[in-house]
Design a protein around this ligand. Structure first.
Ligand SMILES: [Zn+2]
Length: 113
């Protein structure tokens, strides 16, 4: 069965963490925007997206960070494009909640991206 990870080292790091006895996750997968990143600051949600797996060298699929906003703007209008200069996903005003499918990977899977 094919997994969503290119190798077991990456799966272990993302799902289990702590491969080098460092008490925090080093790598995360953002399924909403489909990118894998080095975790720089977990509290502030600062990360550094990577293009290749650091364990086996497999090229990751293209990040959908930009596409996310393009699709939202096209389908829902500019009102959803709210940026605080920090992270954006939890900052959409409560009166205009992010459409459910955009909170997970459902939006890009549904559109075959
Ligand atoms: Zn890999």
């Amino acid at each position: 069965m094919k997994t969503k990870y290119c190798c077991d080292d990456l799966r272990r790091e993302i799902e289990e963490g702590d491969p080098f006895n460092i008490p925090r996750k080093l790598i995360k997968y953002n399924r909403q925007l489909r990118y894998t990143a080095i975790v720089c600051n977990e509290e502030k949600n600062v990360d550094l997206p990577m293009n290749y797996c650091p364990f086996c060298g497999t090229k990751f699929p293209e990040s959908l960070s930009e596409t996310f906003y393009d699709v939202l703007k096209k389908e829902y209008g500019a009102k959803y494009l709210i940026s605080t200069g920090k992270t954006i996903f939890d900052t959409v005003p409560a009166e205009k909640p992010l459409p459910r499918e955009f909170r997970t990977d459902a939006w890009w899977k549904k559109r075959g991206l």
